[in-house]
Design a binder for this molecule. Structure first.
Ligand SMILES: [Cu+2]
Length: 179
């Protein structure tokens, strides 16, 4: 029992000590968008070089479109509109990262979280995510409001390799990494 409970308390302590925006300890109150941290699914982008993609979120727990295709290195300005009557959000990540995040959100519904790769959108409102997909692969975007992800509120982002022989290298137009 103790062993099974431990991860929950560890997660609670971690969530309390480090709100999501500061999950890696080196940003201290700075919004993640100003500290560009490379994630397996990309890095915060610059809106000036972005292609705009509009996505609608609705109370039937769907994103429309539910599939987005981008080229590796491309920066996308996701304009996310909540057309429902309840809070929705878009969080981009790998399936594994979203699964872990969703489990944490289900345990701690009031948990604050904010990062450059997510947007929380009130009913009738719209928000933006500017993200540079500089890693090729299959990723997802999901609404992690408790119950929504579990109800299927998830979409896919396919990032096609810039070059067939070099699927993991950042494209030449990607911004400089922080490290
Ligand atoms: Cu939702």
């Amino acid at each position: 029992m103790t062993a099974r409970l431990f991860p929950i308390f560890a997660a609670l302590a971690w969530a309390a000590a480090a709100p999501w925006a500061m999950a890696h300890g080196d940003t201290h109150g700075t919004k993640a968008s100003t500290v560009r941290e490379q994630k397996p699914w990309g890095i915060a982008g610059d809106a000036r070089s972005a292609r705009t993609v509009q996505v609608r979120m609705t109370d039937d727990m769907r994103f429309r479109p539910g599939r987005i295709e981008v080229r590796q290195g491309e920066t996308i300005r996701l304009v996310v509109r909540n057309e429902g009557r309840m809070l929705h959000e878009m969080v981009i990540g790998t399936k594994q990262a979203l699964d872990e995040h969703a489990a944490l959100m289900a345990k701690f519904p009031g948990m604050e979280h904010d990062e450059a790769f997510m947007a929380h959108v009130d009913p009738g409102q719209e928000a933006q995510i500017v993200w540079n997909f500089n890693r090729a692969g299959e990723f997802q975007f999901a609404c992690l409001v408790p119950g929504h992800y579990q109800a299927g509120m998830v979409g896919t982002v396919t990032v096609k390799p810039a070059r067939k022989t070099d699927s993991y290298a950042a494209a030449s137009d990607a911004p400089a990494r922080t490290r």
